[in-house]
Write a protein that binds this ligand. Structure first.
Ligand code: NDP
Length: 240
């Protein structure tokens, strides 16, 4: 078994989560990968990796998956709450169910992930929780109101939890990416908004690659346990 410690990644089946899984695996970490599309995470064929089909909104299934991984690989040293959805829309017309889906996954799913590991980390007085927020958790963008609401929430939750966990030597990190080329936009239902976003990306020229965000997570995690990188805001140089 690897001497490196167990890392859990939610939303590991594509985009940022997939790139992060590959980077941590390449560096010898055993992994628990979590997503609903289990066939994708299993298909990565990463060594020392347990793949579990979990919807992060279901805390019991999430806790069971973590218990199974700890049984196999030892305690979770790093929990990366990365699963998220972006359903852009105009508040005046958007289906309220889309707001609910985003708050369920981006906020409550993330809280579930934190609660699934925090008690054990506090007892061990060691560990790191990395939460994926967004630049949309620091500033607002057209048609992002509900999504921004979830990501401003992620910033607030992580910083508040950091203050509490600091007493137990547990680190909390917020990673706030700008535009990254992933599947994230594909779930937005408004054709006009999708096209507008695609045009905005084209005008910018270059946007980030998921590996850029994986590298930021790796940097934050690899500081000594006594050093907490509280927040990384990372975007393409040409993004306003
Ligand atoms: P992707 O759409 O490529 O990845 C989203 C991941 O979340 C997928 O692996 C998906 O897996 C998972 N997911 C969604 N809902 C659930 C759920 N209920 N339970 C478990 N897993 C779920 O997009 P990104 O890689 O871009 O997104 C990752 C994170 O980065 C998100 O939190 C997003 O908000 C954030 N982000 C992305 C930016 C971008 O421009 N791409 C910018 C800023 C932040 P599956 O469908 O298999 O369950």
């Amino acid at each position: 078994m690897s001497s490196k410690k167990l890392v859990v990644i939610t939303g590991a089946s594509s985009g940022i989560g997939k790139a992060t899984a590959e980077l941590f695996s390449k560096n010898g970490h055993p992994l628990l990968l979590i997503a609903r599309r289990i066939e994708l995470i299993e298909g990565f064929n990463l060594p020392n990796t347990l793949c579990k089909k979990v919807d992060v909104t279901d805390i019991d299934t999430l806790k069971n998956a973590i218990a199974a991984a700890e049984e196999k690989f030892g305690p979770v040293d790093c929990m990366i709450n990365n699963a998220g959805m972006m359903l852009l829309g105009d508040i005046a017309t958007q289906d309220p169910l889309e707001w609910k889906k985003m708050f369920d996954v981006n906020v409550l799913g993330l809280l579930n992930g934190m609660q699934a590991v925090l008690p054990q980390m506090k007892t061990r007085q060691s560990g790191t929780i990395i939460n994926t927020s967004s630049i949309a958790g620091r500033k607002t963008f057209a048609n992002h109101a509900a999504y921004c609401g979830t990501k401003f929430g992620v910033h607030a939750i992580t910083e508040n939890a950091r203050e509490e966990a600091a007493l137990y030597n547990v680190r909390m990190v917020t990673i706030a990416p700008g535009a990254v080329e992933t599947e994230l936009l594909s779930h937005t239902t408004s054709k006009e908004i999708k096209e507008g976003y695609e045009n905005w990306k084209k005008e910018m020229g270059e946007i980030l690659n998921p590996v850029d965000i994986a590298n930021a997570m790796w940097y934050a995690y690899n500081q000594p346990q006594g050093v907490n990188i509280r927040e990384i805001v990372i975007a393409a140089t040409k993004q306003q």
